[in-house]
Design a binder for this molecule. Structure first.
Ligand code: LFR
Length: 475
């Protein structure tokens, strides 16, 4: 009988439940449930609906039972930086903001007045993003300090959902690093930094690594889903799980974890917190086995997802790629990392406005719009490759594109052409795969990360794109 492992992978634009099992050394993956997700605008605030997300987590768990495939363990990953504060009765304090909310505006200055930006980078290694938890907590401190006073527990979102499942409170390391409150040398919370900023340090729980057993399902949850199983920590930051599923055993090469964001970088054995890295806005997020994800956030397919929603989802992503390709000669480019694309009221308008202001041709049709976005993304990948090579002093000959965005064939070709590197695309479910591989390693089903990555390479289709001549073949 196959032993199934369940990954619950919640992304900013959708969640999925994937079951994985091994058969003759290969990983087989099946989707049991999928649902939409987005931040909701409530009175001008961008919020997550955690009740709904938790109901969806349970819905997907029920599907496993219906399929007669009860997992031996499960684990949840989500996007990073967002969190909840719990009071003494474990109720959420205040609203659960989504990271694109604008309440963090000006909070960088507030944090830097306590600790200068350069010093903060040198001791955290985390890139400046307006939404890092450190800035979100400053917004709470400035606007609603009573919430911080009442708080007894701080949990990141996957930790919170796993608490609801098991009744046990645990903080996972990889996701915790995205708060910018973890020291990359000690790999523990930076309690000195917390106290400098006036954040209550006793609400932060000791950090646990992927593989840690959180517990088993609470009786009420067992009644609802119809079974019990262990809940185990994966690398609960979705990007950390995705990078685990890079199909290269030694983790060599540049990766792009491509989804709502494009996270582009490489793996390092130790954090690189030099001033040069800060200036190029590279981050050192904690990874599985204490490998560091030295990477950069690039605005990513969020731009395509947003224009697609504005077109009432009339076109599939594949159709959008095709339309863009037909407009391949459209000349305008935008800086995808410009803050105007983070949470615009209308993405199509934001792109047009950028082109207008910079004296470029304004895209009119969906094909032109998509062409501008895809080509601008590829241009940003090119710049980032150059930065990575300069900062690490190494040359890379390949780029691994993993995650849902690896299905965008046109973008893969553009990336190969723009960077001059071989592009290997897939697997598209990298995050769920990484989630499952962490659980399997805990159970000794797979020896180590290198074996896990070899298993990904042997189990999934990886497409190769060579620069310029557009070769597309099975590796
Ligand atoms: C990707 C991701 C990125 C993080 C961003 C915001 O889903 O987790 O790694 O920077 O979302 O949390």
């Amino acid at each position: 009988m196959a032993e199934y492992y369940l990954a619950v992978d919640l992304g900013a634009s959708g969640g999925r439940h994937m079951l994985g099992h091994l058969e003759e050394g290969r990983l087989h993956l099946e989707e049991v449930y999928r649902f939409e997700n987005k931040m909701t605008n409530k009175d001008g605030k961008l919020l997550w609906d955690l009740d709904r997300l938790f109901r969806e987590i349970l819905n997907g768990m029920k599907k496993c039972r219906e399929a007669g495939k009860i997992p031996v363990s499960m684990s949840i990953d989500t996007w990073a930086v967002d969190y909840v504060l719990l009071d003494e009765q474990d109720r959420i304090l205040g609203d659960t903001y989504g990271y694109r909310d604008s309440r963090t505006q000006g909070m960088d200055e507030a944090v830097w007045s306590v600790i200068p930006e350069k010093e903060l980078y040198a001791r955290s290694g985390i890139q400046k993003q307006p939404f890092n938890t450190i800035y979100q907590l400053m917004a709470v401190k400035k606007r609603t300090p009573e919430l911080l006073e009442q708080a007894r527990t701080f949990l990141m979102l996957p930790d919170y959902f796993q608490f609801l499942l098991t009744g046990n409170r645990v903080s996972e390391y990889t996701n915790a690093t995205s708060t910018q409150l973890v020291n990359p040398e000690t790999k523990q919370w930076d309690r000195e930094l917390m106290s400098m900023l006036g954040y209550p340090e006793d609400i932060f729980l000791p950090l646990k690594l992927p593989g840690w057993e959180v517990g088993t399902l609470r009786p009420e949850i067992q009644n609802q889903v119809g079974y019990n199983c262990r809940v185990v920590l994966c690398a609960s930051h979705d990007t950390a799980s995705a990078v685990m599923a890079m199909p290269e055993p030694e983790g060599q090469g540049i990766y792009i974890s491509s989804g709502t964001w494009s996270l582009m970088g490489c793996e390092l054995p130790a954090a690189d917190c030099r001033e040069e890295s800060r200036q190029a806005n590279f981050t050192n997020e904690g990874g599985y086995d204490y490998r560091f994800r030295y990477l950069k956030n690039i605005m990513g397919l969020w731009m395509i997802q947003s224009v697609r929603r504005e077109w009432d989802c009339r076109y599939s992503f594949a159709e959008i790629c095709d339309m863009a390709e037909q407009e391949a000669q459209f000349p305008s480019r935008v800086d995808v990392n410009d803050a105007c694309f983070l949470a615009p009221a209308s993405m199509t308008e934001a792109v047009r406005e950028y082109c207008r202001k910079s004296g470029q041709k304004v895209p009119e049709t969906p094909g032109q719009m998509a062409a501008v976005i895809y080509q601008s993304l590829a241009a940003s990948y090119r710049e980032t490759v150059l930065e990575i090579e300069k900062l690490t002093g190494r040359n890379y000959d390949r780029i691994y594109i993993i995650g849902g965005g690896s299905n965008a064939g046109y973008l893969n070709r553009l990336t190969a052409d723009a960077t001059g590197k071989e592009v290997y695309a897939g697997p598209s479910e990298a995050t769920a795969i990484g989630n499952i591989l962490a659980q399997m390693q805990k159970d000794g089903k797979i020896e180590n990360l290198s074996r896990a990555r070899a298993c990904v390479r042997e189990s999934f289709e990886i497409r190769r794109y060579s620069p310029a001549n557009h070769v597309n073949e099975r590796k």
